[in-house]
Design a protein around this ligand. Structure first.
Ligand code: BG6
Length: 467
């Protein structure tokens, strides 16, 4: 008997800016991603440049039918995707939405439903309107709260009968560390104080609560979730200095889940903020908005992060968005990320024991170089490494379910190859579906099923029993 509930939402995840392309088609405005050809650490270009692979992405804008059909063939029950804010409000400040943008997502959702796939929609996945970055320095300004609420209300009303599951901000905790990516903040990071970054993150938390209320007023059956980048912090040693250091870092991350789950900042915020001399401007209206808590907690999990009070003695490792120390007990990916399936069971329990809200794993995967070979006139990719990664992680999701955690879905990141977020590369692939596009942007864009495609299909078909 499978440990996965019979209505478990199996699927995959993408983001508009990493797959759609068509960056200037049908009235779409520019987003920050259209001027970041090398990824999240810049440089920021004056306008779109030819070396920016995201401008064409994987052409999902024109190929969504074929792509969703492939997801259906794998048996997907859910497809996590984002709406590009700039397709709906090209600068973010228009009074009326762009009908062509709205119509595009109607077509996408209709196609999902044709195949009995439930869309799970992220409102903001690292793609704020560039105009708002230039005019207001992105989420540093309170002005964005109302503009975002207007955008959210528009899509909630338009898709109220087509979408049930919504996520407000992708990896909302990233704004306090990588403000350009998370909050569209153009001021270079080294000119920002921690106060600036947390104020921007606070504006997003307020916006998240506010739109949760708007959503419920429009359709009480909506299910609204938060989304937090979740690398659990491990102490490098059992020295109490390292253990308490790891605890404090973990609290900086858990704070974002806590606000969404409990409707207010947690008890440890004061100490964290005092330490960094942060004094947030929090109005009475802000506090009210925060009280609109979520229905579920979703998070991305790529790796655990090992930390020490004095990191200088240890070797460094990479990780999704955050660098940690090399954990000697783990294997590493080609991008030097620790591979730690048990960390997924750990973080599921960690959140659930605190908040007891339904959990959704909204991103998990491993970026890898694929080596296609030609066989019988088609391309084949024998990606056993990807199968091993997902098998290991999904078994741990199963164990968390056996622990008693209410996990209701899992979407693998980049279920179809797309452009990476951090480095805007094509060759760092996550997909079960291979897209023929190389690191310079050349290729037919044809789609090919990888070995992992058939493996995932079996997993879904057996509701996890084949794991
Ligand atoms: C997550 C993001 O942090 O990591 C995704 O939500 C991103 O947008 C994913 O693509 C993987 O990171 P990368 O940099 O390898 O694409």
């Amino acid at each position: 008997m499978s440990v996965f509930p019979k209505d478990f939402l199996w699927g995959g995840a993408t983001a508009a800016n990493q797959c759609e392309g068509a960056y200037n088609v049908d009235g779409k405005g520019l987003s920050v991603q259209d001027v970041l050809p090398k990824g999240i650490f810049g440089p920021v270009t004056d306008g779109p440049t030819e070396d920016n692979l995201k401008l064409e992405g994987i052409d999902f804008y024109n190929r969504y039918e074929e792509d969703i059909k492939l997801m259906a063939e794998m048996g997907f029950k859910v497809f996590r995707m984002s709406i590009a804010w700039t397709r709906i409000y090209p600068t973010g400040e228009e009074d009326a939405p762009n009908e062509a943008g709205l119509a595009f997502y109607d077509r996408v959702f209709d196609t999902c439903h044709k195949y009995n796939i439930e869309p799970l929609v992220t409102l903001s996945h690292y793609e704020s309107p560039l105009h708002l970055s230039k005019a207001y320095d992105g989420w540093r300004s309170r002005r964005l709260i109302d503009l975002f609420a207007k955008y959210a209300e528009t899509v909630f009303r338009r898709y109220k009968d087509k979408v049930t599951y919504w996520v407000t901000f992708n990896e909302i905790n990233v704004t306090s560390h990588v403000p350009l990516l998370g909050g569209g903040v153009l001021t270079p990071r080294d000119q920002l104080s921690k106060q600036d970054m947390y104020q921007a993150a606070h504006h997003q938390l307020v916006a998240s609560g506010l739109v949760t209320k708007i959503a419920r007023d429009i359709n009480p059956n909506f299910k609204i979730g938060c989304m937090v980048a979740s690398a659990p912090r491990y102490p490098m040693t059992c020295h109490p200095d390292d253990v308490t250091y790891a605890m404090e870092e973990q609290q900086e991350l858990t704070l974002f889940v806590h606000v969404h789950a409990k409707g207010e900042y947690p008890y440890y915020t004061k100490r964290l903020f005092d330490r960094d001399n942060i004094k947030l401007e929090i109005t009475e209206d802000d506090k009210q908005s925060l009280t609109h808590t979520v229905d579920f907690i979703s998070f991305s999990y790529y790796n655990s992060k090992t930390v020490a009070k004095d990191p200088t003695k240890y070797e460094l490792a990479q990780g999704n968005l955050y660098r940690g120390l090399k954990n000697p007990y783990l294997e590493y990916s080609e991008w030097n990320y620790p591979i730690d399936p048990q960390g997924l069971r750990y973080i599921l329990n960690f959140y659930y024991e605190r908040y007891e809200l339904p959990m959704f794993v909204s991103e998990n995967g491993m970026g890898a170089l694929d080596h296609p070979i030609e066989e019988n006139g088609t391309l084949t990719i024998n990606d056993d490494y990807r199968i091993d990664f997902h098998k290991g992680h999904l078994r741990e999701v199963g164990r968390a379910i056996e622990d008693g955690v209410d996990v209701f879905g899992y979407t693998s990141w980049g279920c179809i190859d797309l452009i990476s977020a951090a480095s805007a590369q094509m060759e760092k692939r996550y997909g079960f579906v291979y897209v023929d596009r190389d690191k310079d942007g050349n290729g037919t864009l044809e789609r090919y099923r990888k070995k992992s495609f058939y493996w995932y299909k079996d997993v879904i078909g057996s509701n996890g029993e084949s794991l």
